[in-house]
Structure formats: structure tokens, C-alpha cells
Design a protein around this ligand. Structure first.
Ligand SMILES: NC(=O)c1ccc[n+]([C@@H]2O[C@H](COP(=O)([O-])OP(=O)(O)OC[C@H]3O[C@@H](n4cnc5c(N)ncnc54)[C@H](OP(=O)(O)O)[C@@H]3O)[C@@H](O)[C@H]2O)c1
Length: 328
């Protein structure tokens, strides 16, 4: 008897989690949906049944749950994930709250697996997930010396309000999710600024890349940018390898690797695009070029749907991985 919870079921990521659970045929006997007080009572149709969304409270965490998929913000995860954990559940959390906690696993199933030191497993940052998927085969074959990211992140990465700010901004409305208009603009600012001048989003990419790839001293840097695109993040990766390689070898490596889709035919204007990634599960990689300004260095252009591989799909894949590891 598997009791499954989706907490944050009324949000952008939560609704994609439900779609993905359905699409992948994840087995469960009972499903419970939580939101905040705001949406409690809302009815959600799922697999031919009507579910009434319940308010997430401390008492509600004691429901004999097995698996909890949380996408309800950092503060909610901070408060409720340990309570679900105390009551014996495994929590797969989409917020950034637990990602860098030492005994919490940070998992991208194509790259690593949970060790189950704790009941909480963290789903990484969206841009980090789609970046480590192509970095992993490079790490295994050539070794990594340095990674420099520049991201072009869609407004759906800021939840419902981000999408609303882009749509309403076209009619002159003031933004609510951002300090400046996102419509017709580009913001070199995602999440709060830290004392080192980086944003928290940039620091997350740096720290999480090291943790997932299990290379605590890897040289990583990042610049994270919000662009007026509805869905799918694009990431430019400048990667320096330990060993020499050619563009053709890297293309062949990606072409043979089921974890990524190679789209790299510039002569035909074919390269990964945000609009082609939206609604797709895959991580797309292309524009592979040698960076002649540094030894063993290459440029990659990587796109993926931030709500799917960057959030909901990765969380459901972690659940599948957990079910398999636990033999369920
Ligand atoms: N969007 C992305 O691309 C993305 C990617 C990776 C990770 N994430 C993370 O996933 C989480 C959700 O993001 P989102 O984009 O889905 O945001 P969203 O569309 O704003 O949805 C937020 C969800 O959390 C619920 N919630 C808020 N406060 C709550 C509380 N106190 N108790 C219970 N539920 C509460 C909301 O319920 P109500 O309907 O009642 O407000 C709603 O269901 C965030 O932690 C975000 O950082 C998002």
C-alpha cells in the first residue's frame, strides 16, 4: 500500500508533477494533495477521480505517508519536510532549502543516486539539472577542470507570478515577481544578492554542480539571467576538460549517450531552442565549439524544459529511482 503526497499541488511545478506521475504510470494506492490555506478546498481532476486539495498543517503530516513530492517553497519545506520525515516518509523536495545540507542527497538520476542517510532528498536547481546531465559524460571521459555558466532563464522559473509579470508587462503593468519589468527586458538578477556580489541563483549553480558531480573543489562560476521567455531555460556552458578532445569526439559522445539529445547542425540552422524544448523531457545540447582562448576548452548550448527536467520530471524520476532501489 503506497501512500503518495503532492504538496504544492496547485502550483506550476505541482501540476506538472501530477501530469508526470500520470504519464509515467507511477503506482500508488492513495494520493493526497496539499496546498496553502489559499487554495485548500480546490478540486483537482486526476486519473478520473476528483481530489479535494487540503491545507498543509503540522497535524496533516502524520498521515502514514510513504512518499512526499514537495514543491511549495523553501519556508514550507523547512517547516514541513522534517515532520513528514519524522513520520517515516521519504520527501523529494523541489525547493533550495535542503540542497546543501550535508546529509541530504542532491540527485539527478542520470548522474547520481541517493544514499538515504536522511528521509529528505533534494531536487537540484533547474538550470543546474540541465547542465550536469551533459557535463557528466564529459567528466567520465575527459575529466573536468573548469565550468563557466551563463543562463537565459524563462519566467516560469518564478512560478505563476513570473508568467503573469511577462503577460501583464506587455500592457504596462508593474512587475511583482521582479524588481524591474521583464517584458521587453533582460534581468541579470535571479534570487537575492549575496555579500560576494553573486546572486543566490548563481551560488546555487556553483555549489550544487560540485555536490552532484562529487567534485568539491571543481572551479565553477555562473552568471544567471532572466529573459522574457515563457518556458524552458537555455544555458551556455564554457567547459575546460582535463584531457584533450575534439569537437567531433564530443559530438560523438553526446550522440551515443541516451541522457542527452544532440542538435548540432548549424549549416541548417539546427541547434537547441527553448521553444523546441518546452513540453519535452529531454536535455538538448548543441553549438559545440572549441574555445581557442584556453586549452581543452569548449562551448556548449543546452536547453531543457525548466518545469519538466528542471523540476517535476526530475522529482518523479528520483521517485522512480527510489522505488527501484527499495524494490517496490
Ligand atoms: N518553477 C520552476 O521552474 C521551479 C523549478 C525548480 C524548483 N522550483 C521550486 O518549486 C517550488 C514551487 O514553485 P512553483 O513554480 O510551482 O510556484 P507556484 O506556482 O507559485 O506554486 C507554489 C505552490 O506552493 C503552495 N504553497 C505555498 N505556500 C504554502 C504553504 N505554506 N503550505 C502549503 N503549500 C504552500 C501553493 O499553494 P497555493 O495555491 O495555496 O498558494 C502552490 O501550490 C518552489 O520552491 C520553487 O523554488 C520551481
Amino acid at each position: 500500500m503506497v501512500k503518495l503526497v503532492v504538496a504544492g499541488a496547485t502550483g506550476l511545478v505541482g501540476s506538472k508533477i501530477l501530469e508526470t506521475i500520470d504519464r509515467k504510470g507511477i503506482p500508488f494506492d492513495e494520493l493526497v494533495l496539499f496546498s496553502s490555506k489559499r487554495s485548500a478546498g480546490q478540486e483537482i481532476e486526476f486519473q478520473g477521480q476528483t481530489y479535494t486539495v487540503q491545507e498543509l498543517t503540522e497535524a496533516a503530516t502524520d498521515g502514514d505517508f510513504d512518499y512526499v513530492l514537495m514543491s511549495a517553497g523553501g519556508e514550507t519545506s523547512k517547516r514541513f519536510a522534517p515532520l513528514f520525515e519524522q513520520h517515516g516518509a521519504i520527501i523529494i523536495d523541489n525547493s533550495s532549502q535542503w540542497r546543501m545540507t550535508e546529509d541530504v542527497d542532491l540527485v539527478v538520476p542520470e548522474v547520481n543516486a541517493p544514499k538515504f542517510t536522511r528521509g529528505i532528498i533534494a531536487n537540484p536547481n533547474c538550470s543546474t539539472i540541465q547542465s550536469v546531465v551533459p557535463l557528466k559524460p564529459l567528466q567520465d571521459k575527459y575529466g573536468l577542470k573548469r565550468v563557466a555558466y551563463t543562463t537565459y532563464q524563462a519566467v516560469s522559473g518564478s512560478g505563476m507570478q513570473g508568467k503573469k509579470d511577462l503577460a501583464d508587462g506587455a500592457h504596462g503593468a508593474e512587475p511583482k515577481a521582479y524588481p524591474h519589468p521583464i517584458y521587453n527586458n533582460v534581468l541579470p538578477h535571479i534570487d537575492v544578492f549575496l555579500d560576494n556580489g553573486y546572486t543566490k541563483e548563481e551560488q546555487k549553480m556553483i555549489d550544487e554542480t560540485r555536490k552532484i558531480l562529487n567534485e568539491p573543489t571543481l572551479n565553477v562560476t555562473a552568471t544567471c539571467v532572466r529573459v522574457p521567455v515563457q518556458d524552458s531555460h537555455s544555458v551556455h556552458i564554457n567547459v575546460t576538460l582535463d584531457q584533450p578532445a575534439t569537437v567531433e569526439e564530443i559530438q560523438a559522445l553526446f550522440d551515443a549517450d541516451p541522457r542527452v539529445v544532440l542538435v548540432d547542425n548549424p549549416a541548417n540552422n539546427e541547434y537547441p531552442l527553448a521553444i523546441h524544448s518546452t513540453g519535452r523531457d529531454e536535455v538538448f545540447v548543441g553549438r559545440i565549439r572549441k574555445d581557442d582562448s584556453l586549452d581543452n576548452t569548449f562551448h556548449l548550448w543546452v536547453t531543457s524544459d525548466n518545469l519538466l527536467k528542471g523540476a517535476a520530471l526530475n522529482a518523479v524520476q528520483v521517485l522512480e529511482q527510489v522505488l527501484e532501489l527499495k524494490g517496490e
